[in-house]
Design a binder for this molecule. Structure first.
Ligand code: DC
Length: 229
């Protein structure tokens, strides 16, 4: 029976790397829901759309945005496209990281993204990571995982990840950005970041990426065996 794996948690705690690894091991589709909010932010910035929920410019802009996922020939992973344009590297830039949380807090944006995410995942056998996947997008997911780690651990990881992309940021800049995003993500009214009651928790400060992947993979295998019996 197809299953859905929802991975939520704070910014920069290794959700995406874990989710990708688990999806690869299981042969499941991997969807990075954060990439969708980032792509919407990129569109708003490019078109000078004010981040205001009821602004007609924003309402109209949302109808002009078409997001999709295309498998990257180098990584073999699905990457988001914005109106047909590959924007994976654009959406990882600090300017997007600095603006995405206010955009992701807008109820009208969340409503549109949740609808698309549910559509993408309707057939199951998917690993999706984000903030509200286990609570709002797939509340009946068979496996829910909540990942966390201290802001210092997350900032060090993010710094290394950015460095591999040729982006240099100080640790304190990254800590500031992560803390601000945590605050906005956890306190918004719609789809706030919170652990689903039944989610299994992993403190990623205590495990290597390989261990995290293995833990989630084993949980998924257990559930899949039970659902076959
Ligand atoms: O996972 P990420 O850092 O790429 O996410 C970018 C932003 O989008 C982050 O501020 C939280 C927000 N987000 C969200 O609100 N809901 C999701 N399901 C995924 C991401």
């Amino acid at each position: 029976m197809p299953i859905t794996i929802a991975i939520d948690g704070h910014s920069g705690c290794g959700k995406s790397t874990t989710a990708k690894g688990v999806a690869q091991k299981l042969g499941f589709l991997y969807i990075d829901s954060g990439a969708m909010y980032r792509a919407v932010t990129l569109y708003f910035l490019r078109h000078h759309i004010p981040f205001e929920n009821d602004n007609p410019l924003l309402i109209n802009a949302l109808s002009e945005i078409h997001l999709d996922f295309e498998v990257c020939s180098t990584t073999g992973l699905p990457e988001v496209t914005l109106n047909g344009e590959k924007v994976e590297s654009e959406i990882r830039k600090p300017e997007i990281a600095a603006n995405v949380s206010p955009v992701a807090a807008l109820p009208i944006v969340r409503k549109a993204m949740v609808k698309q995410q549910q559509q993408i995942g309707k057939n199951g056998n998917i690993v999706m990571d984000g903030r509200d996947i286990g609570t709002v997008v797939f509340p009946t997911a068979e496996l829910k995982v909540f990942m966390t780690a201290s802001v210092e651990v997350r900032a060090e990881r993010r710094q290394k990840e950015l460095a591999t992309k040729g982006i240099s940021q100080t640790l304190s800049e990254i800590i500031d950005n992560l803390s601000t995003r945590d605050k906005i993500d956890s306190s918004r009214s719609e789809g706030p970041l919170k652990k689903a009651d039944e989610a299994r928790e992993i403190d990623t400060g205590l495990h290597s990426i390989e261990e995290q992947i293995e833990i989630v993979y084993q949980w998924a295998k257990e559930i899949m065996q039970v659902s076959v019996c």
